[in-house]
Design a protein around this ligand. Structure first.
Ligand code: FAD
Length: 396
């Protein structure tokens, strides 16, 4: 009988799990362990509204009604340092130990760094509220900003910095921005919007080092050109925050390996959110989704499993959104550059469209720009295994 659940990672996945456990009727003890000092806050606005629209920190709170009604014990500012899966116990940085009947790992991901950052001032990353505070302060006075990496976060930061009046250059070794998330054609479409706004790009070239002593003054490219910079934002992706689990005997491979209900390789230990790779009947390669919606949906599954013992395998179709200038894109499913692509509604040079992707005659992915209703329908169709032709016909 589970009477005490310890959740490591007090952010989106952790909070949504806590809420789902209470909704499912669990009345036992819950301890929330979080490395950050803040109660759970929302990360997506950190690269968008927090930088551009000056959102307050209060507005970022994930639990609008406050966390008191959820009746959990909060151990904030406390990093978990080790897991003992035999005793179902977690050691904390202050030397204390939390023992429970079930442990849920929701430690998310950490920003990757470049090996040659040399501790120079002015080189920033963006993962936490602390990072966002630093970046927002650094943007005062409209400095020259170089963004390294043209993935979702790099491109959102580039758009936000430009909107704040900064001169912005993006450096990316791949030939177009957002290739992994959107493919080359849509990636180029987004790049066009950035160029119209005055963002410059160095594509197909990597970074070999930084200029400056004490403080960064420029970014050296692999072809030896130097791009002057007052502020550099390194947006080269995130790695699962699992270093502290070394030696715990959990199966970990670019994330904590879980079955399709969040159970890890050790009994009584579960994982969800950005730190976890769930089995997914739809995607045999078992991708690790770093998406807000995945964390929320997985929380429901883990809560049901813990409270009702129900293990309905979860085979979610991934969903993620990104806002860059006035482009509001949502992406469902997964697609590759050689998948069939069909623009169903609008046109790519307009600011409202729906694009579907097909493989082997089936709908596998969709990208909508300001088409939320149609994009949600497409996500459902992917889940149902709708034929590509049929999806095109229905979307029109
Ligand atoms: C700037 C930014 C913008 C984003 N924009 C979007 C977007 O537009 N759309 C979208 O779908 N997704 C977006 N995401 C991704 C989304 O925010 C994540 O998928 C989501 O936050 C994952 O939630 P999580 O709880 O799994 O992990 P996290 O939010 O990373 O939370 C993990 C928590 O665990 C804590 N922790 C780590 N290690 C330990 C430890 N050892 N002990 C205790 N605590 C620990 C961390 O400090 C953190 O508070 C964005 C992310 C960022 C950073």
């Amino acid at each position: 009988m589970v009477q005490h659940i310890a959740v490591v990672g007090a952010s989106l996945a952790g909070l949504r799990l806590l809420e789902a456990l209470r909704r499912e009727g669990y009345t036992g003890r819950i301890t929330m362990i979080g490395a950050e000092n803040e109660l759970p806050y929302d990360r997506p606005p950190l690269s968008k509204q927090f930088l551009v629209e000056g959102w307050s920190e209060e507005k970022l709170a994930l639990s609008k009604a406050g966390v008191a009604p959820l009746g959990a014990e909060w151990r904030l500012g406390q990093r978990a340092t080790a897991l003992d899966p035999n005793a179902l116990a977690v050691s904390l940085a202050d030397g204390s130990r939390v023992e429970a009947d079930a442990i849920v790992l929701a430690t998310g991901a950490e920003a990757r760094h470049l090996p040659f950052e040399r501790g120079l001032d002015g080189i920033l990353a963006l993962r936490t509220l602390d990072d966002a505070r630093r970046l927002r302060d650094a943007l005062a006075g409209a400095p020259r900003v170089v963004v390294i990496g043209a993935g979702f976060i790099g491109m959102e930061v580039a758009a936000s910095c430009r909107a704040k009046g900064c001169a912005v250059t993006v450096v990316e070794p791949l030939p177009a921005p957002l290739i992994r998330g959107l493919g080359p054609i849509l990636g180029e479409r987004v790049a066009r919007r950035h160029r119209e706004a005055g963002v410059e790009f160095h594509l197909g070239v990597g970074v070999s080092g930084f200029e400056g002593e004490g403080r960064v003054t420029g970014v050296r490219l692999a072809d030896d050109r130097v791009v002057p910079a007052d502020v550099v934002v390194v947006g080269v992706g995130a790695a699962p925050a699992v270093g502290w689990l070394e030696g715990a005997g959990l199966a970990i491979e670019n994330g904590i390996l879980c079955d399709a209900t969040g159970a890890t390789s050790r009994a009584g230990v579960f994982a969800l959110g950005d730190c976890a790779r769930w089995e997914n009947a739809r995607y045999p390669e078992r991708p690790r989704f770093e998406h807000w919606t995945s964390a929320v949906e997985q929380a429901e599954v883990v809560a049901r499993r813990l409270v009702q013992g129900k293990s309905d395998p979860h085979a979610a179709v991934p969903y993620v959104w990104t806002d860059q200038f006035d482009l509001r894109l949502a992406i469902a499913g997964e697609f590759k550059p050689d998948d069939a692509m069909h623009v169903c509604l609008g046109a790519l040079d307009e600011d409202k469209f729906l694009v579907l992707f097909g493989r082997g005659g089936k709908l596998v992915g969709a990208v909508g720009c300001k088409r939320p209703r149609q994009l949600n329908a497409a996500r459902r169709w992917i889940a149902e295994g709708l034929a590509f032709d049929e999806a095109i016909a229905q979307a029109k």
